[in-house]
Design a protein. Structure first.
Length: 397
């Protein structure tokens, strides 16, 4: 009895590769869509995670003096909220004073704009006189004058032939008075009314941040142990190394940048106060933290003090502000940044640029802030997973 076997049809390797590539592209598109549609949720979670990384050293300090983790997390979170409240009150006082001085700033900005327009008009006139001959200019001016006279004559003729109907606006004696209420709208109010649902969602998500930070701090050990239960054998070691690598890299970046920004804010506020720049406690922190933005940090750091110094109207003050901010920026990035942030974030400039573009496109301004820690965390995963190490080397410097 002969055993008949049917030949198995196998697809060519190219078909399998094409299917795999199509599946990968489809999965990448789904991931990008999820990140874009759920950006408010992801941004809130990542902001809470970054705040938890900043507060974790203080929790560890309290645990050394026999505080339970839950109590230490509560004390640190409560103290952080109190500090945030004090900072908010100080910022409110500065902003209220700035609001009272807005007419003065508006007048100064209007003068600057008018001066720039006059200079541009002067340059255009001089360029026109250089390029166009004198006879042609005279002919064009004569043609404009004749056209203006013809337009004036036509307008006077129309006024002579057509009479506008008269309307009696005299109120009738004894008649009811007409009262008209005109409600003035403001741009901020119009924006809030037109985006009421979006503002509500943002405020709702922001209200979750304190609770997320507290639970991330108090349940950190339990979350780590529970997460490792999903892996077995060697995979558990790889997962543990990946989590530890991500934690070290993100902590070094987040905490280091926060400490460096705080130092720059304090130094900038003191220097601006010595220069007699208005509102130094407001423009100093803005300038200090904006200086840490990749690539465009220097011009962004110059904007707040330059705008605050507009009422002074002194060129030496402007020059001193530019020199001071530039020196602080160079010292921070070349001397303090390597020592405080450390050398754990190894990303090449091309990858940093693409990450800023991608996350800025997906999440707008928060994406620019979170781009580098997200990419650094992805590199940490690639460095600890054997199959993904080539991608980690590609992302590295």
């Amino acid at each position: 009895m002969a055993l008949v076997t049917q030949p198995q049809t196998t697809a060519p390797p190219t078909v399998h590769q094409s299917r795999q590539i199509a599946v990968n592209v489809l999965a990448l598109g789904v991931i990008i869509a999820i990140l874009y549609l759920g950006r408010l949720f992801f941004i809130t979670s990542l902001v809470a995670l970054m705040i938890a990384f900043i507060l974790e050293p203080f929790v560890a300090l309290l645990m050394r003096v026999r505080f339970p983790r839950s109590l230490a997390s509560f004390v640190v979170c409560a103290f952080a909220l109190a500090v945030l409240y004090v900072i908010g009150m100080g910022a409110y006082s500065q902003l209220s004073g700035l609001y009272d001085d807005l007419p003065k700033y508006g007048q100064r900005i209007g003068d600057i704009v008018d001066a720039v327009r006059q200079k541009i008009a002067g340059v255009e006139d001089s360029t026109y006189k250089m390029l166009v001959p004198a006879r042609q200019r005279q002919a064009e001016e004569e043609r404009r004058r004749q056209q203006a006279q013809a337009d004036a004559a036509a307008a006077s003729a129309r006024r002579g032939t057509k009479r506008s109907p008269t309307v009696n606006t005299t109120p009738i004696p004894g008649g009811p008075l007409e009262v008209r209420i005109h409600e003035e709208s403001t741009p901020i109010g119009d924006y809030l009314m037109s985006h009421a649902s979006s503002v509500y969602q943002v405020l709702l998500m922001v209200s979750f941040i304190p609770f997320l930070v507290y639970f991330m701090l108090s349940w950190r050990d339990h979350i780590n142990r529970s997460f490792l239960q999903f892996f077995h054998g060697e995979d558990r070691l790889v997962a543990a190394r990946s989590v530890q690598g991500i934690a070290d890299m993100v902590r070094a970046f987040v905490v280091g940048n926060f400490v460096l920004g705080l130092m720059l804010a304090m130094i900038s506020s003191g220097l601006f106060w010595l220069m007699r720049i208005p509102y130094p406690m407001l423009v100093g922190p803005l300038s200090g933290f904006m200086s840490l933005v990749p690539y465009v940090g220097l011009p962004l750091a110059m904007l707040p003090p330059l705008l605050a110094a507009l009422p002074l109207n002194a060129v030496p003050v402007y020059v001193l502000i530019v020199i001071t901010v530039a020196l602080l920026h160079l010292i921070a990035l070349n001397l303090l940044y390597p020592k405080i942030v450390g050398s754990r974030v190894h990303l090449n400039p091309l990858v940093v640029t693409f990450s800023l573009m991608l996350w800025g496109f997906l999440w707008d301004a928060p994406g620019l802030i979170l781009a580098i820690p997200l990419t650094a965390g992805l590199k940490a995963v690639c460095d600890n997973v054997k199959e993904l190490r080539p991608f980690g080397k590609f992302l590295g410097d």
